[in-house]
Design a protein around this ligand. Sequence first.
Ligand code: AMP
Length: 209
Amino acid sequence: MQRRIVLLGPPGTGKGTQAARLCLSLKIPHLATGDLLRSAMKRDTLIGRLVRPFMDTGNLVPDDIVITMLKEAMGPLQGYLLDGFPRTVAQAESLKDAINKVILIDTPAEVIEKRLSARRICSQCPAVYNLDSNPPTKDGICDGCASALIQRIDDMPETIQTRQRRYWQDTAPLIDYYKKAKILWTIDGGLPMETVTVGIMAAVETENG
Ligand code: AMP
């Protein structure tokens, strides 16, 4: 069976890091709607300009834009890991019955806030750092491409709160949605990253039911 996996969890729960590890090990493509949207903004496309006000304030981009963008990125792919999608029930409905496993990374709010405020991203390449758990070798400089590290605009304290609120209002109902479909597995995201990875891998390899 082709793996069509969703990683679910509040912003800052480590979905991106875990998704990258999982995709490497399962050899499936990683589709992150946040990355697709940020790339559109960087290239200053029409969509990029349209979504900037939502992204910069930590609000959700309208469903039709995200759904169209993801479907385009999916093309004819048969297996994939989705990170940051779906974020609403309407988005989940757009995938119909395609998804066969959902991993919820459940993380305490204090841990999330600490992680998000310590996150730094490279201004040029996709590298992501954490000043506490994964700092760059040289302060403020990307190990990979030597460009400057920056903080995501939406990782600023007020925006972090909006993103958490959006998660609990719009995205958390998906927990019940996928529980009912009997494809949801929950992992404690407060544990060390390595332990979370092991837990996710075990859930991925276990049959639903
Ligand atoms: P992320 O990188 O997943 O934290 O996403 C960053 C921002 O992109 C979010 O705060 C939203 O503004 C937007 N975004 C990403 N994915 C979605 C989605 N599936 N639906 C709506 N907005 C999204």
